[in-house]
Structure formats: structure tokens, C-alpha cells
Ligand binder design. Structure first.
Ligand code: PLP
Length: 351
């Protein structure tokens, strides 16, 4: 159980359902480092198929999946192009620099999305002075952008420019299934032009642990070596793979519920004086809601602390911005409770 009445800090806080525990208990197990973990192999094959790629590697976290893609593709001194609000810049503890010797060039665009001309302008031409541009990474849905969704057209025009220059295209799809359910495309349709993809089972899908790095068989085999090097070789990890498999079977379509709850939450918060909800670029809301706190009500940090003290937990992301995330363990009553709590705090502060 969460220690909060309504835990909107992240979609990572979900507890396994009873049916998920049952699937974990019943999973056939082997030793994945020795290469004979049947439940892990089944999950890797399934997720590779879902993305229309040759192979996949189960990893303990999405950070590791992203960093394995980078380590498997890039060399020291290479450069990665990504939005300046990208997860690999903000939340992976400098991993590209520390683990792969790479720099990341941040590019601009609305809500974490960017266009092909930004990529074209950022690609280095060959010159002894320059780092070598090796990878373009996009995030779908985009977390710090407000859970915004890439259209296939925008993504493919970015991929066109990258691939014309021989540059690897990586999709950080920690919440790719949210994007798919909201936008109405399949994972394989979206990822057709991606070389590698990361998906997380431990976000909206509700599994306790695990992500996958997906791509061509040779790169995935390279990543398997680096996963061992990074300390991510696991043994009876079929227990975790079974939870992820259960999530793929039962928790994908229901993401639409999380999106509806987020829309209701956004509408409720936006009606409160002094608060303003960010509208997602492109108009498609997934499971993330950002709202701005008017400075007359104090900082976002202080506001979020009041919320958390009142049992409705959320994080401030910027001096004026708070993020809330819906997931498997919140329902309509929890969302009503959250809106009323936030309303009470805002009206108390403006009185
Ligand atoms: C959560 C997340 C990840 C991976 O996070 P882990 O906590 O390492 O599993 C990667 N990218 C994005 C966009 C995320 O939201």
C-alpha cells in the first residue's frame, strides 16, 4: 500500500495486482545469465514482435535500457541529439558521459517534441573539431513535456533526416503504450523507423520492475554483454518477466482509463483560482498533468508539500510547476479527493 491516500507522484508506485502475483508465482524459471530463463525469453520475443523488431533484452530499469542502447551504438566523443527536456539529460545521472563518454546536444521544440529542421541544424558536419553525431533520441510520450505524444509523421520526418546522415534513431518509449493508446497507433506502426526502442513495464503497465531494450539482433547481443558489465545480469528474473507479460496481456487497453482520469483531473484543477493546467501540445492528453501555481500562492515546492501533507502526493518539477500522474492504483474517487484537496489548499492560501 502507498503511504499516501492518493499517490500521484508517478505511475511507478503501483502495487502488483493479485492476478499479477499469481502469474509471477506460476512462472517457469531458469537462469537468464546462463541463457535458459523461459519466462524472460518469452517476454523478450513477445515485446520484440510487438515492436516489429528482431530482438529484445529485459533490463532492470528504463535507465539501463537507454544507457545500453547508447553504449552499444556510440563511442567516446560521440554526440547524441535529444530535446533539452529529455530524460537522458535530466534523470540518468549523467549516464551518457559516465558510461559511454558521450555528450548530448539539447534541441528545442514545443513540449518535448521537435521537428526535422532542428535535427538537420544540430547534426555536425565532418570536421576534425567536431564531435561525431551518432544518435538522435526522442521520448514518446514526453515526460517533462507533459506526457505529450509524437505523431508518426513528425517522428518519421525526424528519422528521415537522421537516417540520411547515417545517424541511429532511438526511441525512449518508457510510456510508449500510453502514447499508442491515446494516439491510436500500434507500437510497431510508431516504431517502424526506430533503430532501437526502450519500453518500461514498471510505469503505466503496472509491473513492479523491468524494461526492455529492443532492436536489431546484433545490437541486442552487444547490449547483452554491456548489461552484464553494468551489473544488470539477473538470474530467476522470470518472476519479473512474468509480471511484465501479465501487464502486456491485461494492462495495455486499460491505459485509456488513466487518460480519462487525467483529463478529469486536469479539468478540475484548471477551474481552481490561481492554478493553470498546461495543455498538451497536439491536444492529446495521456496520464500526466502539469499545473502552474500562481506566485501569489507561493512556490510549487511549498504547494506540493502541502498537498503531500494532506495525503495527496505530487512532485514539483520547476519553481512554478507541479506534476501529477494517474495510474492503475487511482480511481475516480481518488481523483475527486485530489481535486478537493488542491482546491482547499489554493483557497486557504489566497484567503
Ligand atoms: C521512467 C523513465 C525512464 C526510465 O526510468 P527507470 O526509473 O530507470 O526505469 C526512461 N525514460 C523516461 C521518459 C521515463 O519516464
Amino acid at each position: 500500500m502507498s503511504s499516501y491516500d492518493v499517490d500521484l507522484r508517478s505511475d511507478t508506485v503501483t502495487q502488483p495486482t493479485d492476478a499479477m502475483w499469481e502469474a509471477m508465482r506460476n512462472a517457469p524459471l531458469g537462469d537468464d545469465v546462463l541463457g535458459d530463463e523461459p519466462s524472460v525469453i518469452a517476454l523478450e520475443n513477445r515485446i520484440a514482435d510487438m515492436l516489429g523488431k528482431e530482438a529484445a533484452l529485459f533490463t532492470p530499469s528504463g535507465t539501463m535500457a537507454n544507457q545500453l542502447a547508447i553504449r552499444s551504438v556510440c563511442e567516446g566523443g560521440d554526440e547524441i541529439i535529444a530535446h533539452h527536456d529529455n530524460h537522458i539529460i535530466h534523470y540518468e545521472t549523467g549516464g551518457p558521459a559516465a558510461l559511454s563518454g558521450c555528450m548530448v546536444q539539447g534541441v528545442d521544440g514545443p513540449s518535448g517534441l521537435f521537428d526535422a529542421d532542428r535535427v538537420a541544424a544540430a547534426i555536425r558536419h565532418q570536421d576534425v573539431h567536431h564531435p561525431r553525431t551518432r544518435m538522435v533520441a526522442i521520448e514518446n510520450s514526453h515526460n517533462r513535456g507533459g506526457g505529450c505524444v509524437w505523431s508518426i509523421e513528425r517522428f518519421e520526418s525526424v528519422a528521415d533526416v537522421a537516417q540520411e546522415h547515417g545517424i541511429h534513431v532511438h526511441v525512449d518509449g518508457a510510456r510508449l503504450f500510453n502514447a499508442c493508446v491515446a494516439a491510436g497507433y500500434s507500437p510497431a506502426e510508431f516504431a517502424r523507423r526506430a533503430d532501437t526502442v526502450n519500453v518500461c513495464f514498471s510505469k503505466g503497465l503496472g509491473a513492479p520492475v523491468g524494461s526492455a531494450m529492443i532492436g536489431p539482433a546484433d545490437l541486442v547481443e552487444r547490449a547483452r554483454r554491456f548489461r552484464k558489465m553494468f551489473g544488470g545480469g539477473m538470474r530467476q528474473s522470470g518472476i519479473l518477466a512474468a509480471a511484465a507479460m501479465h501487464a502486456l496481456d491485461h494492462h495495455v487497453d486499460r491505459l485509456a482509463v488513466d487518460h480519462e482520469l487525467a483529463a478529469g483531473l486536469a479539468a478540475g484543477i484548471d477551474r481552481i483560482d490561481g492554478l493553470r493546467v498546461e495543455e498538451p501540445e497536439g491536444g492529446i492528453r495521456t496520464n500526466i498533468v502539469f499545473f502552474h501555481v500562481d506566485p501569489s500562492l507561493g512556490t510549487a515546492r511549498a504547494f506540493a508539500e502541502r498537498m503531500t501533507d494532506a495525503g495527496v502526493a505530487a512532485y514539483d518539477f520547476d519553481p512554478t510547476r507541479i506534476r501529477m500522474v494517474t495510474h492503475l492504483d487511482v480511481d475516480g474517487a481518488a481523483i475527486d479527493r485530489a481535486i478537493e484537496t488542491v482546491r482547499g489548499i489554493a483557497s486557504g492560501l489566497s484567503a
